[in-house]
Design a protein around this ligand. Structure first.
Ligand SMILES: Nc1ncnc2c1ncn2[C@@H]1O[C@H](COP(=O)(O)OP(=O)(O)O)[C@@H](O)[C@H]1O
Ligand SMILES: [Mg+2]
Length: 263
């Protein structure tokens, strides 16, 4: 069967919805796209052991937008870094698309970060002496099947700013470049660590809308980390973390557009 991109996206979303429904009825399912199983992470600092994750389990379906919410120190960044192949776990299992991240060696992890993961950070982390377009192009040079950097920048609303340096852009625009850079890699998973943490209210909302649209319209699997409980109605799935444990997982059958959320 030959599908165009739009049909493919519709199908991914329909599948995600059907699976979420099956899950609500407590039906067994195939292994989920993203899986965290009894993950424990202990940092050793001098003589002290710090348990950042005690026993964290959750799953995310392909094409979903998931929000991981919890107070500062709950273990959110640790969780995202393990999922992104930037940190290792002490025990348990982490899986993306049938591949166990927690079993990868250093070289496999390098490739995993390169090809499979798009990362968006709170403070954008752009290269200051490269233009917006060059920042995005640079990231695509190490990928297998990247998207066109210009098209990607256009899609995040920066058609007119491609040749500006980060210092010439507002915070919201810089974050759009960072999102374009992550998306242009055409990753399996987009991970965002407090992506609106450095932005004002209105700009933050625009960035969240962009991320929600990306999951809705493009079928990208997106995980956003936040300490802001108020934004959870935007998500297909809400994973609440506290003291290194997953406290609850809620599936939103009708996620709200950002414009309908106030905080
Ligand atoms: N590299 C590290 N070394 C030692 N302790 C760490 C490290 N990273 C995080 N921690 C500790 O683990 C706990 C969880 O941190 P983190 O995952 O950053 O939480 P959050 O992102 O929810 O604020 C905190 O107590 C933090 O101090
Ligand atoms: Mg954090």
């Amino acid at each position: 069967m030959i599908m165009d991109r739009h049909e493919e996206i519709q199908m991914i979303r329909k599948l995600a919805e059907a699976r979420a429904e099956a899950e609500e009825r407590d039906m067994p399912d195939e292994e989920p796209y993203v899986l965290f199983e009894n993950v424990r992470k202990v940092y050793h600092v001098g003589e002290v052991d710090i348990e950042a994750l005690a026993d964290a389990s959750f799953s995310v379906r392909k094409g979903e937008l998931a929000v991981v919410v919890g107070e500062s120190g709950a273990g959110k960044t640790t969780l995202l870094n393990i999922l992104g192949g930037m940190d290792t776990l002490t025990s348990g299992r982490a899986v993306l698309d049938g591949r166990e991240i927690s079993k990868m060696n250093t070289r496999e992890l390098t490739n995993y970060r390169r090809y499979d993961i798009g990362f968006v950070f709170q403070f954008y982390n752009l290269v200051q002496n490269l233009t917006a377009l060059e920042n995005v192009s640079l990231a695509t040079q190490i990928c297998k099947d990247p998207l066109d950097p210009r098209e990607t920048l256009k899609a995040v609303g920066l058609e007119e700013r491609m040749n500006n340096f980060p210092g010439q852009l507002s915070g919201g625009e810089q974050q759009r470049v960072a999102i374009a850079r992550a998306l242009a890699k055409n990753p399996k998973l987009l991970l965002c660590d407090e992506p609106t943490g450095a932005l004002d209210y209105v700009t933050g909302k625009q960035i969240l809308q962009l991320l929600q649209d990306q999951a809705r319209n493009m079928g990208t699997t997106v995980i956003i980390i936040t300490h802001n409980k108020a934004i959870t109605p935007m998500a297909d799935r809400v994973i609440s973390v506290r003291s290194g444990r997953v406290q609850s997982i809620e599936v939103n059958r009708k996620p709200l557009p950002i414009s309908e959320i106030e905080w």
